[in-house]
Write a protein that binds this ligand. Structure first.
Ligand code: ZN
Length: 605
């Protein structure tokens, strides 16, 4: 996971602008009326029509007036539901364009459509803010809270807190810069092994049984970033500068508090996150060192170098025993076996062609799940590379998709079907764990290898993840660092959280160049810690699933159904999960996984 983790829920690109922020994961449901769900469609046949943002703004202005003049809560509620429908249609079209843009980054039509909405939508944000403000100011908030729960008002307040008209030009510039980064990554061409590879393709060689091949591939990977360093420095410097100015425009000293607001956090802050990172350093870093020591012995090297980390077994890692069609067919059977709910879901995904998994030229270098709310349809995008990563997509991204599928059918409004990622990654990472018992179907007699490697990577990922988080805290607290100083901060964090990490003849990586590959640092500031917090939830679910499958799955289902209708801490309660910031909770959460891993490395000696 260290190299090719692309666990993303996409569309924070829109989500992080105030407009549509509430739908950052998925869509909505119209329990009370609304458009009927289309029965016969496939993603490829959906008609795209450029959203009429002017008309959208006019409607929104009308809604705002009606809220201001409302004489009863019933009138307010009617407007909320109508607005929900409008947002749903708008969001569906934006998502269609965005998906098609990532499916073929050289398709000029969708590139232009995305560029258009990137420019146009932030400009509509003040209209949406006025609507939100009218709701907060109306005399019926008490009834609203009773009806829809307090999260509605908390989220509304948050979207006001993080927005100011002055931000609009910044957001437009931010969109341009992040698009430039994505394009640079997507069009990477690396010549290796007589082939032209993209950033996904080259990473397959990090698992090659020949150490020299791994080393050479890693060097090529490193060279790609080094040769683009100036461009990357330039993009990132501009992003840091403009995000800092955004923070200041809202009256903060730095960008960081705004970054937390953009992540939708309402019941924890920087102090809690720092306490969590410290628990990771104490509890997980030493475990990872043990795992890599055992790995070195196992694969017969003095020590595990950066290019060895993915090479977990001397006789090669587990590989899928079939192609994409085989994997999808097996996944379908597996989801039917896990539960009736997951069975219904996977049939829906397949029937409506809501997965695009094959690695093709010009596909964006990413993986994600997103939603088409008008169709109550999740969509999963990935680039299979015939490693265990493919299984991760079928469990992780489909875990997100399942949660979206459920929330869109169980929550009354669009705002509640979207889930902040500190919870959403619990959906996906726990599903990875629920899929473990089926590994034989995908990996044959290498299933144990898959389970071990996957679990080891789930754990060794956490120190890397908190390093990414701390890195961003350092960067935004010290916006005047030079690019080279920033990169050196990453080097220091590797020493702190990844003391095992070593490079060979690679001055670029030695001085900290590894961070450049992390798309989240460019696109989704302060998002990354969520993966590590949620790993704790997933490890707890793993334990409980082993102890009592029925009860654990019921809690999981309740969490998915709840969507984003509650705050982070309240949703943890729904699922009966521990709060990861509390002292001792990391140790407890990983205890079961730790036992399994230590036991496995003993057995493999
Ligand atoms: Zn994810």
């Amino acid at each position: 996971m260290t190299y090719n983790t692309v666990y993303d829920i996409i569309l924070p690109k829109y989500g992080k602008t105030p407009l549509l922020n509430k739908m950052s994961q998925s869509g909505h449901l119209q329990k009370q009326g609304g458009a009927p769900i289309m029965k016969n469609f496939t993603f490829g046949t959906l008609e795209y029509v450029r959203p009429d943002v002017d008309a959208f703004e006019e409607k929104l202005k009308g809604f705002t007036e009606r809220i201001k003049n409302a004489k009863s809560y019933a009138e307010v509620k009617a407007v909320i539901l109508e607005n929900d429908k409008v947002m749903s249609s708008l969001y569906t079209m934006l998502t269609v364009a965005s998906i098609r843009n990532t499916l073929n980054t050289t398709d000029e039509f969708y590139e232009k459509e995305v560029a258009f909405t990137d420019e146009r939508l932030p400009a509509a944000a003040p209209t949406e803010i006025a609507f939100t403000k009218a709701i907060l100011d109306c005399p019926f908030t008490k009834e609203l809270e009773e009806d829809l729960g307090k999260e509605y008002l908390v989220a509304a307040k948050r979207s006001l807190d993080r927005f100011n008209d002055k931000l609009v030009p910044f957001m437009q510039e931010e969109n341009r810069l992040t698009t430039e980064y994505q394009k640079l990554m997507a069009t990477a061409q690396i010549e290796f092994d007589g082939k032209t590879l993209n950033l996904y393709g080259i990473q397959k060689y990090f698992e090659n049984p020949y150490r020299e091949v791994r080393r050479a591939a890693f060097k090529k990977y490193s060279e790609f970033y080094e040769s683009n360093e100036e461009r990357l420095e330039n993009i990132f410097s501009k992003l840091v500068d403009l995000r800092t100015r955004m923070g200041k425009a809202l009256g903060y000293d730095t960008f960081t508090p705004l970054g937390y607001l953009q992540q939708g956090r309402s019941d924890y802050g920087q102090r809690e996150v720092a306490a969590f990172r410290e628990q990771v350093r104490k509890e997980i870093v030493p475990l990872c060192e043990k795992l890599y020591e055992a790995q070195a012995k196992r694969i017969g090297v003095d020590r595990v170098m950066a290019y060895d980390e993915k090479f977990v077994f001397p006789d090669g890692n587990a590989e899928p025993i079939g192609d994409e069609a085989f994997m999808v067919a097996e996944a379908q059977k597996m989801y039917h076996d896990i539960s009736p709910e997951t069975g219904e879901f996977i049939d829906f995904m397949i029937e409506h062609e809501l997965m695009d998994l094959e690695n093709k030229p010009n596909k964006a270098n990413t993986g994600y799940m997103t939603s088409l709310p008008d169709y109550k349809a999740p969509f999963v995008f990935s680039c299979f590379n015939h490693t265990i990563f493919d299984m991760e997509v079928l469990s992780h991204e489909l875990g997100h998709a399942f949660a979206g599928y459920r929330a869109m059918r169980h929550q009354p409004i669009i705002d509640y079907a979207g889930v902040s990622t500190d919870i959403a990654e619990i959906h996906s990472m726990s599903m990875e764990q629920f899929c473990y018992p089926y590994a034989e179907r995908f990996f044959g007699d290498k299933a144990d290898k898959y389970r071990f490697q996957h679990l080891q990577e789930a754990i060794t990922f956490v120190p890397f993840g908190v390093a990414v988080d701390e890195f961003q805290h350092i960067i935004y607290e010290n916006p005047n660092l030079t690019p080279k100083e920033r990169t050196y901060e990453w080097h220091k964090l590797e020493e702190k959280y990844m003391p095992w990490r070593r490079y060979t003849d690679d001055p670029f990586m030695e001085r900290g160049g590894y961070w450049y590959h992390k798309i989240h640092i460019f696109l989704y500031p302060f998002y990354y810690i969520n993966y590590t917090l949620t790993t704790m939830g997933a490890m707890e679910f793993k334990k409980r699933y082993a102890e009592d499958k029925k009860k654990a799955f019921a809690d999981y289902l309740a969490l998915c159904d709840a969507g984003g209708s509650k705050s982070y801490l309240e949703l943890l309660k729904v699922a009966h999960l521990r709060v990861p910031f509390e002292d001792g909770s990391v140790k407890e959460a990983i205890s079961y996984a730790k036992d399994i891993l230590l036991d496995s490395i003993e057995k493999m000696k």
